[in-house]
Design a protein around this ligand. Structure first.
Ligand SMILES: Nc1nc2c(ncn2[C@@H]2O[C@H](COP(=O)(O)OP(=O)(O)OP(=O)(O)O)[C@@H](O)[C@H]2O)c(=O)[nH]1
Ligand SMILES: [Mg+2]
Length: 318
């Protein structure tokens, strides 16, 4: 097995196999995970992370692919992470993405990675940020993270991106779904894709109306733009790039980028710490300390809250 510093050096040089290997190491929670993360830390912070979310089939992968082309024209190195929170297997639903991304497969300036997170330790919250760090350290200027919109996952992904793009398409009852799923709160940029179909204008209008409801924005606040696209023909994609650049500039101007990255890092630490604690508690089943506490609860000597405090204190003291 190659040592971590060699892999990191090779990844910095842009060798795709080294990048892939590093992602596998972090994804598989390998024993070398800590060493990898320590080596990557000083190399991160350069990438702009864009999350794309929306209902199945709305055109996320097609849009991602078109965005890759647009950023490659600017000479930027691009990472793509396709996250499927509903599947425990890489492949499956993501297979189609590989087809849609195939035009970039031989481009050394593009890394594409699929990731299934169901059943993963801590799921999306745990796995995706580590993979993003690898791509960041490998010198990607832009990282596009595609997540299928299933319930909580889009909110999670939004919390991991610098900028969140929410995609909708006409005629899918998307407007109402959007409101239900709470994605109206997470979009920094909204895209109405499949604008070649009837109803795109109505969807954009409805969205605009809903975004305006309950609006209490001040003069310097960000108002999420709505961009209409036909991703399959790359129409409107330059406008999306433009909207992303504007949002990034706005965030930098208002200190929002740093603020978002800080809270992202804080959540990351929290997730790792909770996972570690949970593992230790898991180890406790059948442990003498836990059964002793349980006995004292049953006998009325102790309440469960104080027992839990004692347990946590005992765990964290090692
Ligand atoms: N008419 C039309 N079809 C489109 C457009 N963009 C994408 N499609 C088609 O919509 C289908 C789904 O596109 P994808 O890009 O795979 O959508 P997705 O959101 O990534 O799908 P999942 O990853 O399965 O959730 C494909 O058949 C695309 O060719 C568009 O602008 N217009
Ligand atoms: Mg897709």
């Amino acid at each position: 097995m190659q040592d971590v510093s060699t892999l990191v050096a090779q990844a910095r040089e842009g060798r795709p196999r080294a990048v892939a290997r590093l992602i596998s190491l972090v994804e598989g929670a390998s024993p070398q995970l800590r060493e990898v993360m320590a080596a990557l830390a000083p190399l991160t912070g350069g990438a702009y992370v864009v999350g794309l979310t929306g209902s199945p089939g709305v055109g996320k992968s097609t849009s991602t692919s078109a965005l890759v082309t647009a950023y490659r024209k600017q000479g930027k190195r691009v990472g793509v992470l396709a996250v499927d929170p509903s599947s425990p297997f890489s492949g499956g639903a993501l297979l189609g993405d590989r087809v849609r991304m195939s035009e970039h497969a031989s481009d050394p300036g593009v890394y594409i990675r699929s990731m299934a997170t169901r059943g993963h330790l801590g799921g999306l919250a745990w796995a995706a940020p580590q993979a993003i760090r690898v791509l960041d350290a490998a010198g990607c200027d832009v990282i596009l993270v595609e997540t299928v919109g299933v319930g909580q996952s889009e909110v999670e992904i939004a919390s991991q991106a610098d900028t969140s793009v929410v995609l909708l398409a006409p005629g899918m009852g998307d407007g109402i779904q959007a409101a239900k799923a709470g994605i109206l709160e997470i979009g920094d940029v909204y895209v109405v894709n499949k604008a070649d179909r009837d109803g795109a204008d109505a969807t954009a209008r409805e969205l605009n109306h809903m975004l305006g409801l309950g609006e209490s924005r001040g003069p310097g606040d960000w108002r999420p733009p709505i961009v209409k696209t036909v991703a399959a023909r790359s129409e409107g994609v330059d406008e999306v790039v433009e909207a992303l650049e504007k949002h990034r500039a706005w965030m930098e101007e208002h200190g929002v980028l740093t603020e978002r990255r800080r809270s992202r890092a804080a959540r990351e630490v929290e997730t790792i710490a909770v996972t570690a604690l949970r593992e230790r508690i898991g180890d406790l089943h059948g442990d003498r300390r836990l059964s002793a506490l349980a006995e004292r609860i049953v006998s009325g000597e102790l309440d469960p809250y104080r027992a839990a405090d004692e347990l946590v204190a005992g765990l964290t003291q090692g």
